[in-house]
Structure formats: C-alpha cells, structure tokens
Design a binder for this molecule. Structure first.
Ligand SMILES: [Zn+2]
Length: 325
C-alpha cells in the first residue's frame, strides 16, 4: 500500500514539474457554493426498485421538540455530530417504487409551498430516468404540505396519469368543512392555511375523479395500509412485501434520526396529537427493530432508507443503507 501511494504522489509531482503550490492553487476554479449531484438514489429490494427522491433540506428549531429540556436536545445533537448552525437538519424525501407492474410515488415533497429551498422531487424524478407521465399511483402518508404539494404546480397535475390515495380519516380531517369549528380558536387560522394548500394540490386530480380514499384493511397496488395516526388523525404507513424483504414507507412517525431515536418518547410540535404520535412511534419502532423490515422515511437523512436497531428495546439507532452502485 505504502509503495503504491509513494509512486502515485511521485507521478503527480512529475506532471506539474514547473508549478509551485501557489500556482497550482491559482489554476483551480473558486467554488462559491457547494452543489451536489442530482438527489436520487436507487435501492433494489428483491424484485422491486425503489428510487429515493430528495425534495430538499429543512432546518428545524430545536425548540420544536416536546417533553424534553432544550439543553438535552443540544447534548444529543452534539453526541451524534449533528450540525446545529442553522437548526436541526432534516431531509424531505419522497419514494418512487417500480413494482414491475406499477409505478408508485409515495409522498411528493413540498413543491413551492414552503419556499425555494424545497421542491426538487419532480426534477430529481426526471434525472433518475423516469417520466412523470409514467407514474400511475400516488400514495400519501398524510396531507401535510411537505407531502402533498408536490403532486401539482399552479393547479396543474404534475403526474397527469396518476390516481392519488390517502386515508379516509385524513381526507375527512382536512376536507370536511365542519372540522375547523372543532378546533381551539388559536389553531383555526393555521389549519385553514394548510387546508388551502391541500385543496390547491388535489384539485386537478379531483376534477378527473383521480383522488381516492381507503380505510384500514384495504390494499392499494399491493401495498398494505397501516394505521399510524397521531402525527395527523389519518396518518398511514405503507408496507410492501418483495421477493427478499419487507419495506415499510413509514411517513412522519419520526422527524429526527438523533433526538427521536435516542429518546423516542420525544414529541414534535408538528404532531397534531403528540401523545398518540409518541405511542405510535414506540409501537412501530419496537416492531421494526425486531422484525428487521427495511424502512423508507421522508424525514430521515437522504436517501432515508435503512433499518431501525435497538440494543435495549428503549432507545434506538438509525442504520442507513450503504451506498451501492
Ligand atoms: Zn412531513
């Protein structure tokens, strides 16, 4: 090894015989801002191909975590080498699943609903070699804008041949006009703002009778639907059995690969029912740590595919997939 390294550096030097270090530095372009390559990653699960699509990166305030002291949040972030400069870094991912007979998009990113730093799902889907017209099914884990807005742009469907599915409970919570009056006064304006974004996103699909709901016990394109309510009242996850492994698209049962794995009883401000969201996470994490399912998660570090491990059944670790080409 050592000999090879020496030979390599000697040949490098001989190719720049007349340049000093300063001169070499001057010939390099100045890179103002780092830009990564296209945000997609393909993972083969048995006979099924999953393409993780990056929508963008968000930064959350550490104050959003509940039932935990802020000092402890910072300690956990530091322990896991999490960059805290701009807040708690969080990916927004969607997943394109080629089952061999169907092309299914699970969640769709935020499009322009939250600003220009998000909204790359569509361009990354094209970069991955697929076309939006090929998508026949969209499964939404819930109707928060970072999951639903990506299905449309300016009232036009991004996926003109797709049928959109969401749980009956979720559709009822956001689309039933009577719902707003059941909420406390201080939550109504925020709720109505979200409803507006949801309605705009789903309108082109509703116009073509391509917006459908399901309930527990149903299957959509071979995906089993799993009730994981708490984060939102009709939040569902999707399980797909492939030839070699079971993959679960968990949705927003977790938002942080550090704080909520170390202390899974920590809720987050985005949870509509924080107590139920914690119960759901504890139940599902325990199941995935023993069942060894492959997990695909919209808010774990891109590509958001990996496994949930626990040494003691109380705290957990996120084990991401290895890069493979
Ligand atoms: Zn989300």
């Amino acid at each position: 090894m050592k000999k090879t390294a020496l030979l390599f550096s000697a040949s490098l030097l001989s190719s720049f015989p007349l340049l000093s270090h300063a001169e070499i530095a001057q010939t390099l372009p100045i890179i103002e801002k780092q830009k990564q390559v296209s945000g997609y990653y393909q993972y083969q699960a048995g006979d099924v191909q999953i393409t993780a699509l990056l929508d963008g990166t968000n930064f959350m305030s550490p104050k959003l975590f509940q039932n935990i002291h802020e000092k402890e949040v910072h300690e956990i972030l530091k322990k896991y080498y999490a960059d805290q400069d701009k807040g708690v870094q969080t990916s927004i991912n969607a997943f394109l699943v080629n089952t061999g007979h169907s092309l299914v998009l699970v969640d769709s990113g935020a499009a322009s609903c939250f600003g220009a730093h998000l909204g790359s799902v569509l361009s990354n889907l094209k970069a991955s070699g697929y076309q939006p017209e090929q998508v026949d099914t969209i499964l939404l884990t819930h109707l928060h804008p970072d999951h639903v807005c990506g299905i449309s742009q300016n009232a036009v469907a991004n996926f003109p041949n797709a049928t959109v599915y969401v749980s009956n409970d979720e559709a009822n919570y956001w689309l039933n006009p009577k719902q707003v009056n059941k909420l406390p006064k201080e939550k109504q304006a925020g709720y109505l703002g979200t409803v507006e974004k949801i309605k705009q996103a789903i309108a082109p699909y509703q116009a073509k009778q391509r917006f459908k709901t399901y309930q527990l016990g149903d299957q959509v394109q071979g995906f089993k639907v799993i009730n994981t309510a708490g984060h939102t009242p009709g939040h569902f996850s999707y399980e797909l059995k492939t030839k070699d492994e079971t993959v679960v698209f968990i949705g927003d049962i977790v938002h942080s690969h550090t704080v909520q794995f170390d202390k899974p009883e920590t809720a987050i401000d985005y949870d509509i029912d924080p107590k139920k969201a914690v119960q759901t996470r504890l139940k599902q994490f325990a199941e995935y740590a023993t069942g060894r399912q492959t997990i695909a998660a919209p808010h774990l570090p891109f590509p958001g595919i990996g496994h949930i491990y626990s040494a003691d059944g109380k705290s957990y670790q996120w084990i991401p997939v290895h890069f493979k080409d």
